[in-house]
Write a new protein. Structure first.
Length: 340
């Protein structure tokens, strides 16, 4: 071990049913990384693929042990796959990129030197060139809305494609939450961040796993994982509706006193019932969303399980996250009986 040069760069690649593109990825990454450094590793994380992705990873590892692989026991989602890779990466700089070559590995040559200049995160920002206008407008509006609502700042076009310093990764691993909205977590940990622009690239092969509904849910996730402001909005909405109802009641009483009692107002009644019913359901939904999150967090389940890896010897089945990853916190033992 001691005669090995220290690893300069680890590249984490989450892969879900990427059999069509993974060999190409191997080729491109090898070329780009060899030009960049002679001490690199690539961590291919199979997110429970149902095709031959793992078999191919195994073959790639046999041919080139700088490519390590980890197979999760089922499809846990991209967030968990990235996390698995981050927890195993050993380099002093750690890059994350998609398997489908939509994150051009050539950009790493531009990003790594910036990290070495002293930034803790160098993120790649996708320009919206070539996007369908509807999609880019919707996403621009979403980010404007999001940043007004949430305390961390997100940038349009910035995704998971980035290089992190060791201490940034350590910070990410010290966040033990189960619901991981990584875009928000990257922003939440802070540190100095540099941005590099790149043009949108079409997928190498295969197809995207995102449907429109997924995007909507992802959007909701982002908002509720980062604060409780929607609950506050529910209070405001409820108050506004109550005030309206009282005003209307006052108006009904006044017209009764002035005009006698004309039996009317059937449409008003229906509108009021449906309207208030809708408002109540929305608010219940918001509360339920937070309750559900608490439910998942309290189970304290691992974020992923491993079923196979290229690690020699014993395979770790699960990797715990949380403060134990924070070496600063560990350095000073806490007084007994006190938890923070
Ligand atoms: N991915 C994953 N688990 C999943 C879905 C996707 O690891 O459940 C990986 C996928 O293999 C790819 C990356 O996440 O490397 C991005 O996925 P995709 O290309 O489908 O998303 P898009 O680029 O359309 O946002
Ligand atoms: Mg993609």
């Amino acid at each position: 071990m001691s005669d090995m040069p220290p690893l300069e760069l680890s590249v984490v690649v989450p892969c879900y049913n990427e059999e069509q593109v993974i060999d190409q990825l191997h080729k491109v990454l090898t070329t780009e990384l060899e030009a960049l450094t002679d001490a690199f590793e690539v961590l291919l994380v199979d997110d429970g693929s149902s095709d031959s992705t793992v078999e191919r990873m195994r073959a790639i590892h046999e041919a080139d042990p700088r490519f390590r692989y980890f197979a999760l026991s089922r499809n846990f989602g991209k967030e968990s796959a990235m996390l698995a890779g981050l927890s195993q990466a050993q380099g002093s700089a750690i890059a994350i990129l998609d398997a489908d070559l939509q994150h051009p590995p050539a950009l790493l040559a531009k990003m790594l030197p910036m990290l070495e200049e002293g930034y803790d995160q160098v993120v790649a920002r996708r320009t919206r060139k070539g996007d369908r206008p509807v999609r880019s407008t919707v996403s621009r509006l979403y980010y404007r809305f999001f940043n007004r609502l949430v305390d961390v700042d997100l940038e349009d076009g910035v995704g998971d494609f980035r290089i992190l310093s060791r201490r940034a990764v350590r910070s990410l691993l010290s966040l033990g939450e189960y619901n991981r909205f990584s875009k928000g977590l990257f922003a939440w940990i802070g540190f100095s961040t540099a941005v590099v622009d790149y043009d949108n690239v079409e997928r190498g092969a295969g197809e995207s796993k995102w449907r429109f509904g997924d995007l909507v849910n992802y959007g909701i996730d982002g908002i509720v994982s980062f604060n409780a402001r929607p609950l506050r909005m529910a209070i405001h909405l409820g108050t506004a509706v109550t005030v309206l109802a009282f005003t209307y009641a006052a108006w009904v009483i006044v017209t009764y006193l002035v005009n006698g009692n004309p039996v009317a107002g059937y449409p008003t009644l229906i509108v009021a019932i449906l309207g208030f019913g809708g408002v109540q359901l929305i608010i219940l939904g918001v509360i339920g969303e937070y309750l559900g999150r608490i439910y998942y967090e309290t189970k304290r389940r691992p974020h992923f399980l491993l079923k196979e890896s290229s690690n020699p010897g014993e395979i770790p089945v699960t990797v715990a996250l949380g403060p134990e990853h924070d070496e600063f916190a560990q350095a000073e033992p806490r007084p007994p009986g006190r938890r923070s």
